[in-house]
Design a protein around this ligand. Structure first.
Ligand SMILES: [Zn+2]
Length: 251
């Protein structure tokens, strides 16, 4: 299909220093797409993204894909800390959570537009379609977008990202707990790090581990996001880690 893309250039970009490998999804967290566009093109704001997707599906390109847009900030994924250099950033127009903390679903037209754009980008650059992740994945504890209302399962059904159904749940104790110490925490941290999250394997269930577990939950088990590795969360972390490593071996 041919995509209809408008251009509204942002001055906020520089040269890529890494090979393009990932696509990072965001939401704008602003009242209107016009306000978001102004900010993403404001030289003083020093932020940008390659694309902004309006709620009605309209696609606006702000930065050339060959250039490094400034959307990731301090971040890390699979050992890479210059995520701006290795990714394309897509902003979804969305107001974020309301006063009650509820986040509305992304409209159908916007989602379909996103899937069409992702397909186009991935084909043109020969990217691995699984490498579509969220800002919250690369900046746990700092960023929560695209947020718990983003439908990662539908994204996977459309051919992008990673989603496992029918994961076998292991009966294990919640972490952190007094009973299970370092012995259970280290393998969990190793699995999260192997999957891609930037965290130190230190055997301590401290703030960084809570933040990363919450980021994982926001993406893969959004029904409860509390940073506690309950049995379901642990089972999912190991399953996703295995699935991504199996994929890496095969490729
Ligand atoms: Zn973001």
């Amino acid at each position: 299909m041919s995509l209809k893309i408008q251009t509204h250039s942002s001055p906020n970009h520089d040269a890529r220093r890494q090979k393009l490998s990932h696509i990072i999804l965001h939401y704008t967290d602003m009242e209107t797409p016009q306000a978001a566009l102004r900010r993403l093109c404001d030289p003083a704001a020093k932020v940008s993204a390659h694309y902004l997707l309006h709620a009605d599906g309209q696609i606006v390109q702000m930065v050339e894909e060959s250039r490094r847009a400034w959307h990731a900030g301090v971040s890390s994924w699979q050992g890479e800390s210059d995520m701006n250099s290795s990714s394309i950033g897509i902003e979804l127009d969305h107001k974020g959570c309301d006063a009650q903390g509820h986040m509305a679903a992304f409209p159908e037209a916007q989602r379909q537009s996103l899937y069409a754009l992702l397909g186009d980008i991935i084909e043109r650059h020969g990217l691995d379609p699984r490498q579509v992740i969220g800002h919250s994945d690369i900046a746990p504890g700092r960023k929560t977008d695209p947020g718990e209302a983003f439908d990662w399962a539908e994204l996977y059904a459309a051919g992008f990202g990673l989603w496992l159904s029918d994961v076998k749940l292991e009966a294990v104790a919640d972490l952190p707990s007094d009973a299970a110490g370092e012995k259970a925490i280290v393998p969990l941290q190793k699995a999260l790090a192997a999957f891609g999250y930037g965290l130190e394997v230190d055997g301590v269930y401290g703030q960084q581990t809570r933040d990363v577990v919450a980021a994982f939950q926001r993406h893969f088990r959004a029904t409860r996001i509390d940073g506690v590795a309950d049995a379901e969360t642990q089972s999912l972390i190991y399953a996703y880690c295995r699935a991504s490593l199996a994929k890496a071996d095969a490729g």
